[in-house]
Design a protein around this ligand. Structure first.
Ligand SMILES: [Zn+2]
Length: 267
């Protein structure tokens, strides 16, 4: 009886997977074109797909092939253009890994990749992702040459502790890309970790499980954790046509955080 049920369950899983694959293949075929180009998977299409909840739905957002969003494509272009990632050997810690990055980094011969997330109900984690808490990282000091932490800290009550932990595990000379939801009209981060009502969090911070929306003091908050911080107005280097073609955010800076390299001992 149990065996028969397991067999039926396996068949259902396989059937569903095939249907999903076919749907995706049909979609990719239908929107094949040259209006937009995903810098991550190199796919070319007529459009990017809509993404997000109704109140802040972005009509030109998700790559139909690799599922990246504007902020992911921006980070990818920055990483490829301005860092040595994938060009020289690096130990990389990726908090809350996105599918495209996970698949790319975990297979790359120059990357020693650790991907981790705080396993929470309702989220899917790629096989190989480890369970971790960004405020209590189980790694020795200076374990990584590069850190990627995108849209994580707004979920963490004590984000200052999370930033200090990230700084601790970063090796001297290493870098971290830390992305968060940020409102440039706010000089000071709007936060309240005592709000527990999901609707109130969504109204104030944009999502039911966010504790804050960052303001321009993000730079100072990261510096307080020890990082050297360069705020790179990266989208500014692209024309409107290029931002549309690559599906990039309209106006998003990259917070390039680094740890000073150890100076050579004087003879
Ligand atoms: Zn793509």
């Amino acid at each position: 009886m149990l065996l028969a049920l397991r067999k039926r369950y396996s068949e259902w899983i396989i059937r569903s997977a095939l249907q999903r694959i076919n749907r995706k293949r049909l979609l990719l075929e239908a929107i094949k074109g040259d209006e937009v180009e995903c810098p991550c998977c190199k796919g070319r299409y007529l459009v990017f797909m809509p993404f997000g909840i109704a109140a802040r739905r972005d009509a030109h957002a998700q790559c139909p092939n690799c599922a990246t969003l504007p902020r992911h494509r921006l980070m990818w272009m920055f990483l490829m253009e301005r860092t040595q990632l994938l060009k020289k050997p690096m130990r990389v810690l990726h908090i809350a890994p996105e599918k495209f990055f996970f698949e790319t980094f975990s297979k790359h011969p120059l990357v020693r990749y650790v991907a981790g997330d705080k396993f929470a109900p309702g989220y899917h984690y790629a096989k190989g992702t480890i369970d971790l808490d960004v405020t209590q990282l189980d790694f020795p000091e200076a374990s990584f040459d590069a850190l990627i932490c995108s849209h994580v800290l707004e979920h963490v009550p004590d984000d200052a502790l999370g930033m200090r932990e990230l700084f601790r595990v970063l090796a001297p000379g290493g870098f971290a890309i830390i992305q968060v939801p940020l409102n440039k009209r706010l000089s000071v981060t709007d936060e309240d970790v005592t709000i527990t009502n999901p609707q109130e969090r969504e109204r104030r911070f944009g999502q039911h499980d966010h504790f804050r929306i960052y303001g321009l003091d993000l730079k100072e908050r990261l510096r307080s954790a020890g990082f050297m911080v360069e705020v790179v107005p990266y989208t500014g280097q692209f024309s409107y046509a290029e931002r549309f073609r690559f599906g990039l955010p309209t106006d998003e800076d990259i917070y390039y955080c680094s740890k000073p390299a150890l100076s050579a001992p004087t003879p």
